[in-house]
Design a protein around this ligand. Structure first.
Ligand code: SAH
Length: 254
């Protein structure tokens, strides 16, 4: 059995209880060493074999999984944040299916949630944005044309941009070309929830300049949108006049 486990955004105590238990019981751990906090591995059994997938190909990862399965060992494949985002888990799951090996997924706290916590932000504010676009700039991995930053920018929704810290000048241009005002609030969140976390508030126009000044070149998320600053309407859910399944409102909505 192989379990894909979300390691959380960085802090050692932001893995789920289930994820940590799986790490404690694992005979083999294959972790994404470029981003997973190695401190998470401290709970492992002494006999557990550990592999860093940063140095491995998909084929090598599969070999380790298959050998472990033959020996009846429990394997944890530890991915940063939640494995469902930019985790390259589908190709592993398909290969496992083909090999007849059972697998499961244990979710984790994605870094976009870690970044919101660092910013003390709510991504969805009434009258400002009720949607979050999670995307990236095209790098060596292409992004389909219909999903360009420019086209998403036209919606003025809250946007969280992964894997793009090295392309901030282009990101700014695309955001502005798509319709964000230059002074739209933005933030660069570096290593959210790690001890070395940095939260840099800026604007859509100053993203590249601020990252350069603060020497942030990777492991950051870019958050864009008016939710970061400015007015919003209070929620209906907690409004005294609003009736819900659990609470009777007084006044207008009664
Ligand atoms: N599955 C992961 C994302 C993996 S892609 C998740 O759910 O978070 C790797 C990218 O995620 C990095 O380039 C960076 O943009 C972002 N990232 C991962 N951890 C981060 C953190 N702690 N702080 C800020 N960005 C992070």
């Amino acid at each position: 059995m192989v379990v894909f486990v979300g390691a959380g955004p960085g802090a050692e105590d932001l893995i789920t209880v289930r994820g940590q238990k799986l790490l404690q019981e694992a005979d083999v751990i294959i972790y994404a060493g470029s981003l997973v906090n190695p401190g998470l591995l401290e709970v492992k059994k002494e006999s557990c074999d550990v592999y860093n997938s940063a140095y491995m190909t998909l084929e090598e990862v599969m070999d380790v999984m298959k050998k472990a399965e033959q020996q009846g060992k429990k394997v944890v494949r530890l991915h940063t944040g939640d494995p469902c985002l930019y985790g390259a888990i589908r190709e592993q799951m398909d290969a496992l299916k083909e090999a007849g090996i059972e697998y499961e997924v244990c979710p984790g706290v994605s870094s976009f949630c870690g970044a919101a916590a660092a910013l003390k932000a709510e991504y969805t504010l009434p009258d400002v944005s009720q949607s979050v676009v999670i995307t990236r700039m095209a790098g060596r991995t292409p992004v389909p044309d219909r999903e360009s930053i420019r086209s998403f920018a036209a919606h003025q929704s809250t946007m969280v941009v992964f894997l793009s810290t090295g392309m901030l000048e282009d990101l700014s241009k695309e955001l502005i070309a798509g319709g964000y005002e230059k002074d739209t609030p933005a933030a660069i969140v570096y290593k959210a929830t790690w001890p070395e976390e940095k939260v840099l508030l800026c604007t859509v126009e100053t993203l590249a300049e601020v990252a350069k000044r603060e020497k942030v070149t990777k492991t950051a998320l870019i958050v864009v949108g008016k939710i970061l600053d400015g007015d919003y309407e209070r929620s209906l859910l907690y409004h005294p006049e609003f009736t819900t399944e659990f609470r009777k409102g007084v006044g207008k909505d009664e």
